[in-house]
Design a protein around this ligand. Structure first.
Ligand code: SAM
Ligand code: SF4
Ligand code: SF4
Length: 351
């Protein structure tokens, strides 16, 4: 087998492969209006049956095959990852793979009160919790889950008490929905030592009715925070960090901005997404996935052949990558060939 450094892969725009975002389920217990609106994802929606999803051993094989190509970081996501039974065992397994330096998990937080200690014992140290509002009415309007906020806030408290560090909170800001709550959210996060990250509402997926007038450019929020608290930019820790991070001047911690709409960062996008049913996607706006499950379940191969086939296919797939949808959309130029109706939903491919 080639050595890891000799085998690293870059795409057509010279971007290395560094991060795998693993979706461990396409199901969710929330129905956020911008992701899985209840009108479209109601009772009886055909989520993946368990047999269609990669099992933990298969996910481990994918990670092992991706490490020699350059992957060092894993993010566990979904759908809602804490709905996948035993996800802490997957984390433990991935943490033991040579070459993996960092594992994170992004969750809506609802099940953290009961899961946080298992995740910690499994070796997870960093966690991101999606939180669009601390106002019960607004929260319910967005997530469409009565009493969801109480559980999420408890999940945050439990995560702090458990010792997770860093704890980040993602807030998708929508004009007229929760943009009036930016300062309340900032105060909430500052008081708890949480890094709040503002995410621009995006036109991902094909089902939800994207309305561009709801997008709030992050520079507006940055200015608001600067006027109120005073913030200074920090230099990025690594070239593939998607958030622009600032520090409060008064020592109140950090705050981040993920500005996919107004300041796209495709040039530093080093993420490959793997859906729960084992398809690899090179971009959030992609319609074409590489079917890894077919390789994983091909009984004619030996373990070694399967490892080689996975590595080879992933390498070719990444080497052929030229996706940069957000930059092209930002330039007002034609999009990268994926028509809206061909796109894969974000919760399916691992947002
Ligand atoms: N269920 C988990 C959660 O909500 O954290 C993990 C999966 S969710 C798809 C990952 C992230 O994608 C969340 O922070 C969510 O807010 C974000 N997201 C989903 N749809 C989005 C959209 N249309 N625009 C911006 N962010 C979106
Ligand atoms: Fe579920 Fe996360 Fe999508 Fe909300 S953003 S519907 S919590 S997957
Ligand atoms: Fe990466 Fe695609 Fe988003 Fe650009 S549009 S940052 S390539 S996922």
């Amino acid at each position: 087998m080639a050595t890891a450094s000799a085998a690293r892969v870059h795409d057509k725009l010279d971007r290395p492969l560094r991060v795998l975002r693993l979706s461990v389920t396409d199901d969710c217990n929330f129905r956020c209006t911008y992701c899985m609106p209840k009108e479209l994802f109601g009772e009886g929606y055909p989520f993946l049956p368990p047999a269609a999803m990669l099992n933990f051993e298969e996910i481990g094989q994918v990670v092992r095959a991706a490490v020699p190509l350059g992957v060092t970081r894993i993010k566990i996501t979904g759908g809602e990852p804490l709905l996948r039974p035993g996800v802490h065992r997957l984390i433990e397994q991935i943490a033991s793979i040579d070459g993996i330096e960092d594992i994170g998990l992004i969750t809506n937080g609802y099940h953290l009160p009961r899961s946080a200690s298992y995740l910690w014992k499994a070796g997870l140290r960093r966690i991101t919790i999606s939180l669009d509002s601390i106002d019960p009415h607004t929260f319910t309007r967005i997530a469409d889950r009565a009493h969801g906020l109480e559980a999420v806030l408890e999940g945050i408290d439990v995560s702090i008490a458990t010792g997770f560090d860093p704890i980040k909170a993602n807030m998708v800001v929508q004009r007229g929905v929760n943009d009036g709550q930016v300062l309340d959210m900032a105060r909430f996060a500052r008081e708890r030592g949480i890094e709040l990250r503002f995410i621009e509402y995006m036109d991902v997926g094909r089902r939800h009715d994207f309305d561009g007038s709801l997008v709030v450019a992050n520079r507006e929020i940055r200015d608001q925070l600067d006027r109120t608290f005073g913030i200074v930019p920090l230099t990025r820790d690594s070239g593939d960090e998607v958030a622009e991070t600032y520090e409060y001047r008064d020592g109140g911690g950090r705050v981040g901005f993920i500005s996919s709409m107004s300041e796209p960062f495709c040039g530093s996008c080093t993420r490959l997404r793997i859906s729960a049913d084992g398809k690899a996607y090179r971009c959030l706006f992609s319609g074409i996935g590489l079917d890894l499950r077919a390789i994983l379940r091909d009984q004619r191969m030996t373990g070694e052949e399967r490892f080689s086939a996975l590595s080879r296919e992933l390498r070719m797939f990444w080497a052929g990558r030229e996706d940069r949808y957000s930059e092209l959309r930002g330039n007002g130029r034609p999009q990268n060939g994926t028509r809206r109706e061909e796109r894969i939903e974000m919760f399916r491919m691992g947002g």
